[in-house]
Structure formats: structure tokens, C-alpha cells
Design a protein around this ligand. Structure first.
Ligand SMILES: Cc1cc2nc3c(=O)[nH]c(=O)nc-3n(C[C@H](O)[C@H](O)[C@H](O)COP(=O)(O)OP(=O)(O)OC[C@H]3O[C@@H](n4cnc5c(N)ncnc54)[C@H](O)[C@@H]3O)c2cc1C
Length: 457
């Protein structure tokens, strides 16, 4: 997503651009695939940052303006409503922050003024500054929210949807996520992420941008502190004035011939996920399940860290892609039930093939059971009655298809906000530059193209 956005931005200003992609499908961490005649999104739960048409000064508006894309082209449909569910307490939220405010007023009456102050603080914060120093979000937010339970509940969705750090976030990143989820909101195109990718590809192609699929960069030859030449998987070499890399910080460093092939080990991200997908023969709403997304936690504290076991089922995310306001009577053909939990990359990678398959089966069951505890109304004894198909991915799948070391969806815990690398004409964009998620990745591609290339030319 960041690569495509950067490519469009540069092509718009007449640059000759080539996008190199190792996979055969576009989209990276947020791609799509077909299996047994069914179409699946790899990752899409929600497009964040959704605001109604006409709301000015938001990241979504900036994105459409900078890429010269019409808002209608993404076909974004707003969520029905989501929830943070902790033991004995639920906080509902929608794309209208007033709903969350009234929930906090009901459940945490002593905290409501503090929450309003926090909102004011976040509204005035500019998290997209490229020279910001990282500070602890837990410490900063605790100055406003003094109830540890509410603190954990507010952090849970923000960490699941955008924290590369265990247990804490940078306050700038917290502010980005807070705005994008609580003050703006969730949406989804009816056709899923393929609609967004189709629009980006068409825009890029119309501007004369070139792509080479199934052809990764194998090596970056350096000379005099510059990326001098790229060696591609097919043996060709190419040169470029500027190289933007969206593959990750350590992954990029390891391609450079002036650095050791094992460099940057300490910067490999530790957080990865498992996701199970059940396809139902009916709409979730027919079973009474109308939430779009449920962020759950059944532990006394919310622990966001790489688990010691293969998976930590104590907290996670449930998503029903059916539960968006698609309009004109449109409904997805089948029910989709996705459950995401934190997982240990090393543990999954150490399994032999038969153990791996067995572990997948066991954890699929366990996650379904765990998720059922948070569904309202209470589900039937098992989901087998309505499930007609199952699939899942593990941290190993993420590494295999995207090349992200450690299967780290949110990349390294230390970001490089200005995108600089040790080479003058090689820059980072996307996950390890620091703007996360689909919208974040696209804004990252735009900002890095503007900052490093267009500003100078
Ligand atoms: C399961 C899952 C669910 C998610 N859900 C959401 C969601 O609901 N909402 C949301 O906003 N975000 C979500 N995200 C996060 C979001 O997908 C990512 O933050 C975003 O897509 C990252 O984009 P990127 O451009 O930074 O990097 P990537 O998507 O990682 O792109 C990097 C690309 O580089 C390619 N590559 C790797 N090595 C090479 C090489 N040597 N040469 C050439 N190409 C190479 C990879 O194949 C890949 O296509 C989810 C992610 C996952 C994994």
C-alpha cells in the first residue's frame, strides 16, 4: 500500500517509476486470495480514519487529495458499531465519538471529564510531525485517565490495530490511532481490500507507472554512500536516482552489500498474530450478532506482548465483515467470522509440518471457543452447525508471503519517522517509517515521496 501510494505520487509529478514486488499478488500485508472458489481478504478488518463526506482536515481527505483519487472510488461503507469487551464490562463505540463518551459516562462516571480532556489534548496534537521524539503513551495518558481498567480498555483496540511495541506505545502513535479509531472510525468497501488495490493500480497505470511482479530485489549494491544498483531476483540489474523501500528497516538493511547479512537483529519486531476464519452458511445478524468488531480481553490486566505459548488467547479481536452498512440491500454472500490473537513466531516456525498442521487445528478450535465467550447473544454450543469452511494464517504465513522478519505485522518497535537510512538515496516508507495500517501506509508512501523526492525536485 505504501509503495503504491508513493508510486502514484511520484508518477503524478512526471517521475519515471518502477514498483518491484516479489509476490505474484499486489497488496502486501493487506492483499487478497481465492481458494476453493471463495474470495478472501488477507487482512482487512476495517479501513480506519473514516469520516463522512465533507469533513475537512482529516487524513482520509489528505489521502484522496494527494493521490487525486475520488472518495467514491474506494466505496467505503461505515461500520454498524464495535465494542471493547473486558470481564463484566463493555464499552460500545461507533463512528460517532459521542457514543463512546456516553458509555464511559455510564461505566466510569468519575473519568468522563478526564476523557474529555484527553480528547482535547489529542485533537491539538500533530502526530504526523517527522521530527517528534518518542514518549510513553501509558505515562502520558495516565495523567488524564486515572482508572487502570479504563486505561487498558482504551489502549486495547489501539494496540491491536497499530502498536509495534509490547505493553506501551509512543504517544504520537497513540494519538494517530486514537483519532483514527475513536474520533474518526471504521469502514469497508463491499468488495473488500481488492477494491482499494484495484483503484490504486489503475491510478498508477494511468499515470504511466510500471510494475514488475514476482520479481523482488535480491541485493542493493552500494558505492560512495549511495544505492548504486539493484540486483533483482531474475538476475537483472537496474539503477535509480531514488529508492524507496517498503519491505521493513532490517529487511532493507540486509539487502545492502555494505552491511552484514545478519545486521539489525535487535530491531526485528516481536509481535505477530494468528487469525482464524470461519465461513458461515448464514449472516451473523441472523444469529443476533450485529457488532462489526469486538476487542476482547478476559484477563485482569490487558497484556499486549509476544506470548510464551504459541498463542495468547486471553485477548484478541473478533471481526464480522458482514456488519457494515453496505446500503441498497447489499449483503455479503456468506457469513464471515474472523478471530485474531497474538502469536509467537519462533514457536510456530520451530514446528515440523505435521505438528504445524495439528497445531493449526487445535488453535482454530481454541480461538473459536474463546471468541464465543464474548458474543451476544450467547452462541450455540459450537460454531460447527453454521460453519461451512475454515481457513487460518499463522506468523509463518506472514513471513512466507510478505518477507517480514519474525512475521512482525507492525514491523520494528523503533520507527524511523523521517525515513532516512545509512544511504543517501535509499529511504524507508510504510510500516517501519511508522505510519501503520492501510491508511497509515498510504500516507507514509505519500509523505516519504514528498519529503525525500518531490520537495527536492
Ligand atoms: C492479518 C492482518 C490484518 C490487518 N488488518 C488491517 C485492517 O483491518 N486495517 C488496517 O488499516 N490495517 C490492517 N493491517 C495492517 C496493514 O495491512 C499494514 O499496516 C499495511 O498494509 C502495511 O503496508 P506497507 O506498505 O507498509 O507494507 P507491506 O504490506 O508489508 O508491503 C511490503 C511489500 O514488499 C514486498 N517485498 C518484500 N520483500 C521484497 C523484496 N526483497 N523485493 C520486492 N518486494 C518485496 C512484499 O511482498 C509486500 O508486498 C493488517 C495486517 C495484517 C497482516
Amino acid at each position: 500500500m505504501s509503495g503504491l501510494a508513493a508510486g502514484i505520487r511520484l508518477a503524478l509529478f512526471g517521475h519515471k517509476v518502477l514498483i518491484l514486488e516479489r509476490h505474484n499478488a499486489p497488496g502486501g500485508l493487506n492483499s487478497f486470495y481465492s481458494f476453493d472458489g471463495r474470495k478472501f481478504d488477507v487482512g482487512l478488518h476495517a479501513v480506519t480514519n473514516y469520516v463522512e463526506k465533507g469533513v475537512k482536515g482529516t487524513p482520509l481527505g489528505k489521502l484522496f487529495r494527494q493521490l487525486r483519487i475520488r472518495r467514491e472510488d474506494f466505496g467505503l461503507c461505515p461500520q454498524m458499531g464495535s465494542r471493547v469487551s473486558f470481564p463484566g464490562i463493555d464499552l460500545r463505540f461507533t463512528n460517532d465519538v459521542a457514543v463512546l463518551q456516553s458509555e464511559i459516562e455510564r461505566e466510569f462516571p468519575r473519568q468522563i471529564d478526564n476523557f474529555r480532556q484527553l480528547v482535547r489534548e489529542i485533537e491539538t496534537h500533530d502526530p504526523f510531525r517527522l521530527d517528534d521524539i518518542e514518549t510513553s503513551a501509558r505515562e502520558t495518558v495516565a495523567r488524564f485517565i486515572t482508572d487502570p481498567l479504563l486505561l487498558d480498555m482504551l489502549f486495547c483496540p489501539l494496540m491491536y490495530y497499530g502498536s509495534a511495541r509490547e505493553m506501551d506505545m509512543d504517544f504520537g502513535q497513540f494519538a494517530i490511532m486514537f483519532k483514527s479509531i475513536y474520533l474518526e472510525g471504521f469502514a469497508r468497501p463491499f468488495d473488500g481490500v481488492r477494491r482499494i488495490i484495484r483503484v490504486l493500480l489503475a491510478r498508477y497505470r494511468d499515470l504511466g507507472g510500471e510494475r514488475k511482479m514476482k520479481c523482488g530485489v535480491r541485493k542493493i549494491h552500494t558505492s560512495n554512500g549511495r544505492a548504486h544498483e539493484l540486483l533483482l531476483d531474475d538476475g537483472q540489474t537496474i539503477t535509480a536516482d531514488h529508492v524507496l523501500s517498503s519491505i521493513g528497516r532490517v529487511e532493507t538493511e540486509r539487502l545492502c552489500d555494505d552491511l552484514p547479512p545478519e545486521s539489525g537483529k535487535a530491531n526485528i519486531g516481536r509481535l505477530s498474530f494468528i487469525e482464524t476464519i470461519n465461513i458461515f452458511d448464514r449472516q451473523p445478524a441472523e444469529l443476533g450478532w450485529e457488532d462489526t468488531i469486538i476487542f476482547f480481553n478476559d484477563h485482569e490486566r490487558f497484556i499486549y506482548a509476544r506470548p510464551e505459548d504459541l498463542v495468547d488467547p486471553r485477548s484478541g479481536v473478533i471481526c464480522f465483515p458482514n456488519n457494515y452498512q453496505y446500503g441498497s440491500g447489499q449483503t455479503l454472500a456468506e457469513g464471515v467470522f474472523r478471530v485474531t490473537c497474538m502469536a509467537d513466531f519462533d514457536g510456530w516456525s520451530a514446528l515440523h509440518e505435521t505438528e504445524y498442521r495439528a497445531a493449526k487445528k487445535i488453535w482454530h478450535e481454541k480461538l473459536a471457543h474463546k471468541a464465543m465467550e464474548f458474543l451476544k447473544p450467547v452462541p450455540p454450543k459450537t460454531l460447527d452447525d453454521c460453519t461451512i469452511y475454515r481457513d487460518m494464517f499463522t506468523p509463518r504465513t506472514i513471513k512466507k508471503y510478505t518477507g517480514h522478519l519474525g512475521g512482525a505485522v507492525y514491523g520494528a518497535s523503533e520507527k524511523v519517522k523521517n525515513g532516512h537510512t545509512h544511504l543517501q538515496n535509499l529511504y524507508l516508507c510504510g510500516t517501519d517509517q511508522g505510519f501503520l495500517g492501510i491508511i497509515g501506509a498510504m500516507l507514509s508512501g505519500i509523505s516519504m515521496a514528498n519529503y525525500h523526492i518531490l520537495r527536492k525536485t
